[in-house]
Ligand binder design. Structure first.
Ligand SMILES: O=C(O)CCC(=O)C(=O)O
Ligand SMILES: [Fe+2]
Length: 329
């Protein structure tokens, strides 16, 4: 672990909140996206309010069929079931968000690796990183299809933030243009290992240590019954007050990341969250999640409507964030 102070304020904040803290109940706003075009202004107001107050919300009637989400989880699992030496042919190159990693993500908040393996899909950067058709028939096509469904939902939600920030409604769709080689939004498949035969000491670590996301917006697919996500809104970070967000079919959990926080001149909150270990009385089996990170294209310039920060490209911004999160190897 590096001993240097982190370059960005977000990381210094993250480095102080690795403790267990306490659990409090709070309401996570639910926002209904039905009849989107007609209700857009009302939906935008609700999204803005939720993102200012807590930075986390759940959407329903979001347009991605549950059957497609279930199928994406099944396809993701076929990847994790591959033999280790097959997965190891597709390693995540250092400093990128593409390919497979095993217990490599060290959070500044904990200094220990998350107890998980993951496979990241950033479409322009996947050369040599897709499992072959013999190893996993149809995997690439299915995952790219799911990636596109998430992109569409992501830019729909982001169009509401554009409206509230005084930008053109397609501003963030352009900033996340998937046809550009500068595209860097990422679909991540995560497998948190089963704790069924784990030793007591293993329960002292985290499935995912406390962190905020780097991106503009995260669309986090989770499976009902596979809980553990906790959030800690900004004003409660010092006291370490965490709230469980149980997954529910039909609802997708979303959160604001650091990129949109900065882009909105800190009007919106990127909120700390983590995935805790199950308690002895809870489901101890493996846990899967499928976050999609809407990260603006590398060449998109982040310039907030209030001009609070100097402009920076999303590429430069992200490079700083990623380099602080992975073991130096
Ligand atoms: O697995 C989860 O529920 C959360 C994952 C997460 O926060 C992340 O990968 O950034
Ligand atoms: Fe996260």
């Amino acid at each position: 672990m590096t001993t240097e102070p982190y370059a960005l304020a977000e990381l210094n904040k993250e480095a102080t909140i690795g403790g267990i803290g306490k659990t409090v109940e709070r309401e996570i706003p639910v926002i209904d996206l039905s009849d989107f075009d007609r209700r857009k202004h009302e939906i935008a107001d609700a999204l803005w309010q939720a993102s200012r107050d807590i930075g986390f919300f759940q959407v329903c009637n979001h347009g991605i069929p549950q059957a497609d989400i279930d199928a994406a989880f099944e396809t993701a699992w076929t990847f994790f079931e591959l033999p280790t030496d097959t997965k190891a042919r597709y390693p995540m190159p250092k400093g990128t968000n593409a390919g497979w990693e095993y217990k490599a993500q060290v959070r500044p908040s904990t200094g220990t690796p998350d107890n998980k393996e993951s496979y990241q899909i950033t479409p322009p950067n996947m050369t040599g990183l897709w499992p072959s058709e013999e190893e996993l028939p149809g995997f690439k096509a299915k995952m790219l299809e799911f990636e596109r469904q998430n992109w569409e939902l992501g830019v729909r939600i982001l169009s509401c933030f554009a409206l509230k920030m005084g930008f053109a409604e397609d501003f963030f769709a352009k900033a996340h243009d998937p046809n550009s080689d500068q595209y860097q939004s990422t679909l991540r498949l995560i497998h948190y290992m089963s704790m069924e035969n784990a030793k007591p000491d293993d329960f002292k670590t985290w499935r995912a240590g406390a962190h905020s996301d780097f991106d503009c917006l995260t669309i986090l697919h989770q499976k009902e019954g596979e809980g553990g996500l906790q959030v800690c809104p900004g004003k409660d970070a010092a006291e370490g007050k965490w709230t469980d967000v149980p997954p529910r079919n039909g609802y997708i959990t979303c959160n604001i990341g650091d990129m949109l926080m900065r882009w909105s001149d800190d009007q919106l909150q990127s909120t700390l969250h983590r995935v805790r270990m199950p308690r002895a009385d809870e489901y101890l089996g493996r846990r899967l999640s499928l976050p999609f990170f809407c990260q603006a294209n590398r060449d998109a310039v982040m310039r907030g409507p209030l001009g609070k920060y100097p402009p920076i490209t999303a590429g430069d911004y992200l490079t700083m964030r990623i380099s602080a999160n992975f073991a130096k190897n």
